[in-house]
Design a protein around this ligand. Structure first.
Ligand SMILES: [Zn+2]
Length: 454
């Protein structure tokens, strides 16, 4: 391993130059004017795979931005690792807040600044440089490696989601490796083993054909705001538990092993108060803040409207009211089942006096890689060797739908080995990536691929 690590140290400036070349390509997936830039970036990656000695590589056109696929066989019988990343980036505005232009990568204070540095070009290139190092020095890889890069992660992964189920064989693997997330803190390696899922609804109520005079009609017809408020309030009890029957039936309780893991992490309240400005922590009784925001399901109104909210008083009895409401889901809640339970509850508890319309909006599955999964443990061991510190395991409250989809479609463990930092301004001006994590990331990746062969 020393020889490989030495090569990484010795070549790091060239690796950084290549990262800069990749960063200069303006692959903003949301911007139709950058369609060609996205295609150019995909082609650059396919060419780069070839250049570093990966046997097979090609651009796969889709209805949206292209995918990039690569494959290099390892020894017979060795496992196959599928490395996922995305080459598209977020838009760059507001441009005036960037210290240096987003597509002119610049190094200062041990960081590389530019759009896509931490999310996700810098993290993606880590694995290419690890593979290059092994092919150059050892002439072979310890495992078979497949690459899958997409250009629509920042806009919902539509093309990949559609393409995935029909290409299970091409993507057949034993482990999926994703570097598109953050570690807890600089110098403190961590692996994210869980993400929450999401379902989202709009509920519209109508009680009359138009707004009415509250003197002439008040008391005689239903008020949609009152109805909606009662309906919403009834969905939570005094312990902040969701009251929809069956909502918790399939929730996987936090295991003893996870409890022990949570004990190694901050309890979460201090961080929550500092970053939110909230008066106090508030949530489901019986759980810590860290658990509430990662391992427990939620139901939250995201918006509510109706009636008069202008200056002064208007004696109106509104005809319509509306609500946006979402639920974060955890293993093993089935989004379809919970969606049906929600609709059923709303239909049953809305008085006949109100016309009801429920619209289901976008959603995503939860994801979990069990703490006992050997591929996860080997990932942690690799991080520990390179960083010289115990690796922690985190569960996160957010959702990355494509990760959950890959886990579900390929039915293989997904290891989220993030080399970014939460402070690195992903999606914001002055996005950057820590150079030490870039270098250590390459070493971790090549060590990990060796460990997976054992
Ligand atoms: Zn990303």
């Amino acid at each position: 391993m020393e020889k490989l690590f030495g090569f990484v140290d010795q070549q790091i400036d060239r690796f950084l130059d290549e990262l800069k070349t990749l960063l200069r390509l303006e692959s903003i997936s949301a911007d139709p004017a950058k369609k060609t830039a996205c295609a150019t970036t995909a082609q650059w990656l396919a060419d780069h795979l070839k250049a570093i000695g990966v046997r097979e590589s090609r651009v796969i056109p889709t209805a949206g931005h292209p995918l990039v696929y690569g494959f290099h066989p390892g020894p017979a019988g060795a496992p196959t690792v599928l490395i996922y990343g995305h080459y598209d980036v977020q838009p760059v505005d507001p441009l005036e807040l960037w210290t240096t232009p987003p597509f002119e990568p610049t190094i200062r204070d041990g960081k590389i600044f530019g759009r896509g540095t931490t999310d996700d070009k810098g993290q993606l290139l880590i694995h290419l440089k690890a593979v290059e190092t092994m092919l150059k020095l050892e002439g072979k890889l310890p495992v078979s490696v497949k690459f899958l890069f997409e250009g629509e992660e920042e806009v919902g992964s539509e093309a990949l989601t559609a393409w995935l189920p029909g290409n299970k064989e091409l993507l057949a693997c034993d482990i999926v490796l994703v570097s598109d997330s953050s570690m807890i803190a600089k110098g403190q390696p961590s692996i994210n083993y869980g993400l929450r899922g999401l379902i989202y609804f709009q509920v519209d109520l109508e009680t009359a054909t138009g707004d009415l005079h509250s003197g002439s009609f008040g008391g005689g017809v239903a008020n949609p705001i009152n109805v909606l408020a009662e309906l919403l309030a009834s969905m939570k009890d005094e312990n902040n538990r969701v009251t929809i029957p069956g909502f918790y039936d399939d929730v996987l309780e936090i295991t003893a092993e996870e409890q022990a893991n949570y004990a190694l992490l901050p309890e979460g309240t201090a961080e929550l108060l500092a970053s939110s400005g909230a008066e106090m922590a508030y949530g489901e009784a019986g759980f810590t803040t860290a658990q509430r925001i990662s391992a427990r399901p939620t139901l939250d109104a995201n918006g509510i409207w109706g009636g008069f909210s202008g200056e002064g008083a208007k004696t109106v009895l509104p005809a319509r009211a509306g609500l946006k409401v979402s639920m974060r889901l955890v293993p093993n809640q089935d989004p379809k089942k919970i969606a049906a339970l929600f609709k059923d509850y709303v239909e049953k508890h809305t008085p006949k006096a109100a016309r009801l319309k429920i619209t289901e909006m976008h959603g995503g599955r939860w994801f979990m890689c069990p703490l006992t999964e050997p591929a996860l443990r080997k990932g942690a061991a690799s991080l520990e060797e390179v960083y010289g510190k115990q690796c922690l395991f985190t569960r996160e409250g957010g959702s990355i739908p494509i990760v959950a989809d890959m886990a579900a479609v390929l039915e293989k463990p997904v290891v989220l080995m993030g080399f970014g930092l939460n402070s690195e301004q992903a999606h914001a001006p002055n996005e950057h990536f820590d150079l030490e994590n870039f270098q250590r990331g390459i070493k971790t990746s090549l060590l990990y691929l060796h460990k997976l062969a054992q």
